[in-house]
Write a protein that binds this ligand. Sequence first.
Ligand code: SF4
Ligand code: SF4
Length: 356
Amino acid sequence: MATMRTPIESGVPDNKPYLHPLMRKNYGNWKYHDRPRPGVLHHVSHTGDEIWTVRAGTQRQMDVYTIRKLCDIADQYADGHVRFTIRSNIEYMVADPNRVAPLIEALTSSGFPVGGTGNSVSAIAHTQGWLHCDIPGTDASGAVKALMDELVSEFVKEEMPNRVHLSTSCCEINCGGQADIAIVVQHTKPPKINHDLVANVCERPSVVARCPVAAIRPAMVNGKPSLEIDETKCMCCGACYPPCPPMQINDPDNSKLAIWVGGKNSNARGKPTFMKMVASGLPNNPPRWPEVSAMVKKILYTYKEDARSWERVSDWIERIGWPQFFEKCDLPFTKYLIDDWRGSRSSLNASTHIRF
Ligand code: SF4
Ligand code: SF4
């Protein structure tokens, strides 16, 4: 007789064993929640149970000493229960209201700001950067650190019109996702090909198929199989670089940074929206990226001043219109900004066929 197949446990593990016991007990049975102060959530269950969650910002890419310190705080003040949010905040759960203040004191005195709830500027969702990924045109953590140093006062308060999500993406392929304000790498020159290496390193048909505008062709160069780029078609997206590292596109001078605004994932008030580019060609200027920070702050504080209560950045722009947005933020408008997809049906490589 056929036996039931047992599941193969290769997906996300069940989180129930790791939940705070009170959360496990009241799973799916919460009545309401409120926020007694920025950085603290208070959930009340239909059974009358209550739990307080304290949220603190972290630097996301952490050394083992920092993680141990966060764990020690959890053991001492929160019965060892923590979780991380998608924006790299750490959350501690306690069932006793008298434990909230000592926990906040322990976190802030150790250098972890408590905040990131409600209408605050949340910690920046940032991509891997040089530490883990093989294709970045800049570091993500560095730009995030430089910017959050300047915006931490907005993380610990809830004084924005609505929540503000920021993100960075250290390549144009962009695993940073949508955000109210995003920093995205912008390559401005086509890749330079090292023809000596292509035949050994790259699977040429995959690279050809990868190009969204069909600008890459196979070619024989110096008697070796290689590739060539039609530079009049290339839009400098960098998609060919991951499958073929000899097609180097990162460049300290010609890889710039762009600012995009108005993206959101939530369905609240309106549908999710895609962000659009509003500033380009900013220098990739480590270690503090002052030009990028100044531009993000200019947009953020114009939004803070001008938006109505509960408007996200996209709602605000929709109400005032793009010309007003550029005027209020003192940004020059060019034909390359906002709508870069007009004509995409005819210009982008929408076919799955390999072209030579
Ligand atoms: S944004 Fe691009 S380079 Fe940065 S981590 Fe994601 S895929 Fe890698
Ligand atoms: S994949 Fe992008 S960068 Fe590479 S050739 Fe095509 S358009 Fe240019």
